[in-house]
Design a protein around this ligand. Structure first.
Ligand code: MG
Length: 164
């Protein structure tokens, strides 16, 4: 079934938001590099790459169903955070917004009786559980670390090992 204009527009908007998410995480990577936490910077760069993949997954769904991709301005990200904890808490809050947005697309697909979008959306529901869990867990670890420099560098080293 060809994608409806309404769902196509909602997904185009989400493609922009996924790219914006990637831009935020790249900005966080730059922030972490500026305070010499190269492991966290590495983690954020991989996260930014994932957001690009999310955008492309939505993209393929639209084009596979005869829709048209429209790219628009990507908002500039925040460039400074008060602490590594503030950055990861921001990432967690941001992912909760992403989840809400994808739920809204799901409601729209349901309203339109668009069953073809469901498997793609189900993949994103699972993915968002993971995105929220990861960012929240790292924020929790950073709370435990507090102002212990040794523990912070140990966590930085661990996050620097992220492969995908
Ligand atoms: Mg995403």
């Amino acid at each position: 079934m060809e994608i409806s204009k309404e769902l196509q527009d909602a997904i185009n908007d989400q493609i922009n938001f996924e790219l914006y998410s990637g831009y935020i995480y790249l900005s966080m990577a730059a922030y972490f590099e500026s305070i010499n936490l190269s492991g966290m910077a590495h983690w954020m760069k991989i996260q930014a790459g994932e957001e690009y993949e999310h955008a492309m997954r939505f993209w393929d769904h639209v084009t596979d169903r005869g829709g048209r991709i429209i790219l628009t301005d990507i908002k500039g990200p925040t460039t400074e955070w008060d602490s590594p904890l503030a950055a990861f808490e921001n990432a967690y809050e941001h992912e909760k917004i992403v989840t809400e947005r994808i739920f809204k697309i799901g409601k729209l697909a349901e309203k339109l009786g668009d069953k073809s979008a469901i498997p793609m959306l189900n993949w994103f529901y699972d993915e968002q559980v993971e995105e929220e869990e990861q960012t929240q867990r790292i924020a929790d670890l950073l709370k435990m670390v507090g102002d212990q420099k040794g523990a912070l560098f140990m966590l930085d080293g661990k996050l620097g090992q992220r492969e995908k």
